[in-house]
Design a binder for this molecule. Structure first.
Ligand SMILES: Nc1ncnc2c1ncn2[C@@H]1O[C@H](COP(=O)(O)OP(=O)(O)OP(=O)(O)O)[C@@H](O)[C@H]1O
Ligand SMILES: Cc1ncc(C[n+]2csc(CCO)c2C)c(N)n1
Length: 267
């Protein structure tokens, strides 16, 4: 009998448990460490949960204005001043053309590191933030880290495209782009993917598609409309308005895919 060596691909497990209160974390989490990057858009209503989970908080330039202006409304705190003192990012990074002078002054007086990269007009502020995290994280720690990015979607389309490009540029890191309504992650073709669905906070609507390079074979389980060695590309079929039907969704593809899932109305 002829035995063929079949290389079984390693699995990456994904979970959105960062959307649950810290108290309700599952014991076996795929990720042990979170970093939060706040972009220059309105904060999501679940921002306090993300903040609680994150060991490192970085504002991309004007993202700091939103922490300064909106955090006390979101937390329903009476005392604006003490809320401001409580939510202080470790780093503010970017070309500093959007942060207001009084916001910059306030956070530098509170101990935030201000990293002024105004000389660099080649990369976006998000790119600069992720570059810093990538650089500071040893390779063997990267699988344990997940970077949560707020305000990444639902704004200017060139910004959204640049934000998605960052997923591809740093495909060796787990990065989740968030808006109020959905999240996006990259599923690299180098691995099989198991997505553990937190149905109290996400779903059921989801989408799966390649950007840039087409897929000649994608196979899924756990969806209403599963793919079976299917082809996907822009200009032909892509999977949108799909529905999650299981606690676990699996994906295997010969192309890097974007996974997107709707978020429920959480606070
Ligand atoms: N409308 C938006 N939609 C999506 N992402 C955004 C939007 N506005 C800002 N961002 C994100 O927040 C980051 C910081 O925003 P900021 O407004 O400081 O960018 P910027 O450097 O001034 O860009 P530009 O000069 O193109 O407006 C950006 O790099 C981008 O990732
Ligand atoms: C081909 C090309 N297109 C656009 C820009 C402009 N640009 C890209 S990122 C960035 C910083 C935004 O904070 C700016 C100004 C460039 N440099 N090269």
């Amino acid at each position: 009998m002829l035995w063929r060596a079949v290389r079984s691909m390693d699995v990456i497990m994904h979970s959105s448990s960062f959307l649950l209160p810290k108290l309700y974390q599952p014991v076996n989490k795929p990720v042990k460490n979170y970093a939060l990057v706040v972009l220059n858009q309105h904060l999501p209503r679940f921002m306090p949960r993300l903040w609680d989970h994150a060991n490192l908080k970085i504002c991309a330039d004007g993202g700091a204005n939103h922490i300064f202006d909106e955090m006390y409304q979101i937390t329903n705190d009476e005392d604006k001043k003490s809320t401001r003192n409580k939510y202080v990012p470790e780093i503010i990074e970017g070309d500093m053309d959007s942060i207001r002078p009084e916001v910059k002054l306030f956070y530098s007086s509170q101990g935030s590191k201000i990293s002024d990269k105004s000389h660099n007009q080649e990369t976006t502020d998000l790119h600069k933030c992720i570059s810093r995290i990538h650089h500071c994280t040893p390779d063997d720690e990267k699988p344990n880290l997940c970077v949560l990015v707020t305000g990444a979607l639902g704004g200017r389309f060139d910004h959204e495209a640049a934000n998605i490009n960052v997923l591809y540029l740093f495909s060796d890191m787990r990065i989740v782009l968030l808006s109020d309504d959905c999240l996006i992650r990259l599923l690299p073709r180098t691995h099989r993917h198991e997505l553990y669905i937190e149905s109290s906070v996400e779903g059921p609507h989801c989408g799966l598609f390649p950007v840039g390079a087409p897929s000649t074979s994608t196979t899924t389980t756990g969806l209403k409309w599963n793919l079976s060695e299917s082809k996907m590309r822009f200009g032909s079929m892509i999977s949108t308005s799909n529905i999650v039907q299981s606690e676990k969704v699996t994906v295997e593809s010969d192309a890097d895919l974007l996974w997107t899932i709707s978020l429920r109305n959480l606070t």
